[in-house]
Design a protein around this ligand. Structure first.
Ligand SMILES: [Zn+2]
Ligand SMILES: [Zn+2]
Length: 305
């Protein structure tokens, strides 16, 4: 059983299930007819928030989620502890192409996407009732996506989530666990890719089989701290990482971790491939232990190969 780098989270490696890529025939993609996110159907989404234009049309487009998670009922007279459900829930379509996956966009298109992430976080943090802006991507039905056209979600909530606060507690400049982790893992058997500014590796004690992290080498707090060369660098390693993860499963979740309002934290992105027969079951739910079926070292070798 392996312990997480610093949290009280434990993971079992239970080999015996081979690392097998999924039949690409399992990818189900609807056609672009009637797709809310396709060019020409802009009237089917709530009013646009912003876009990055290219050749007279949009390349990246932002609009509110029609079915927001936030903004529901707010209690005031309940005996239990409550918090505001005020927030914003937005969608970013990273490409106008209905059949393109984020792993298939050009490096420049990935840069546009990262710039949009940065700009939306900055815009939503202007509302002082917002505590954290969660930027995440659900790719594929098995990862929770309900529409096939590639998109990222932006969910601004009133609190900094406990799991982010816990990570931030261990991530102060000059005394940062992620600075130590990056230094160790970039030459470990779990290392996968390295660029000038970032390292991609399989974490030592992952919560999910085949998990991959992309971590800044420098102690940067958020996307504002990255130079344009470093954003381009991130675009490059993120593309390679998504392509590697898709060798295992066409379905994945990607989560951006950053320091809200410039708070101290070590910027990184977590990618979790979702494998249909590897759902969290009774043991995991009952104990919060994780069970993975392939060691991170084996997964790293597979991703690199
Ligand atoms: Zn579409
Ligand atoms: Zn750090």
């Amino acid at each position: 059983m392996r312990k997480d780098y610093f949290r009280d989270l434990w993971t079992f490696v239970a080999p015996g299930r081979s690392l097998r890529p999924f039949d690409s025939g399992q990818i189900q993609v609807s056609d672009s007819q009637g797709c809310f996110f396709c060019p020409g159907n802009e009237h089917m989404t709530p009013p646009e928030i912003s876009r990055i234009s290219k050749n007279g049309s949009w390349q990246v487009r932002v609009f509110p989620n029609k079915f927001p998670i936030v903004g529901g009922e707010d209690f005031s007279d309940n005996g239990w502890k409550v918090a505001s459900s005020h927030g914003y829930h937005e969608v970013i379509t990273e490409t106008p192409d209905h059949n393109k996956r984020l792993s298939q966009v050009t490096k420049q298109e990935m840069i546009y996407t990262l710039i949009t992430y940065r700009d939306r976080i900055n815009a939503l943090e202007k509302d002082n009732r917002i505590g954290y802006v969660s930027v995440f991507k659900n790719q594929g039905r098995e990862a929770g996506a309900s529409l096939d056209h590639s998109h990222t979600q932006v969910l601004a909530v009133s609190q900094v989530p406990a799991c982010i606060r816990e990570k931030m507690d261990y991530s102060h400049a000059g005394n940062c666990i992620y600075c130590i982790i990056v230094e160790e893992e970039k030459t470990s058997p779990r290392a996968v890719f390295e660029t000038q500014a970032f390292v991609a590796f399989c974490p030592f004690a992952p919560r999910f089989t085949h998990e991959l992290w992309v971590v800044a080498k420098k102690h940067v707090r958020n996307l504002n701290d990255l130079s344009s060369a470093e954003v381009a660098d991130l675009a490059e390693i993120l593309l390679k990482s998504l392509q590697a993860v898709e060798k295992v499963s066409p379905n994945y979740n990607m989560m951006v971790n950053y320091g809200p309002r410039g708070a101290d934290f070590h910027f990184h992105i977590e990618i979790v491939p979702r494998i249909p027969h590897q759902v969290k079951a009774g043991f995991e739910l009952g104990t919060n232990y994780a069970v993975i079926t392939t060691s991170p070292e084996e997964t790293a070798a597979f991703y690199k190969g």
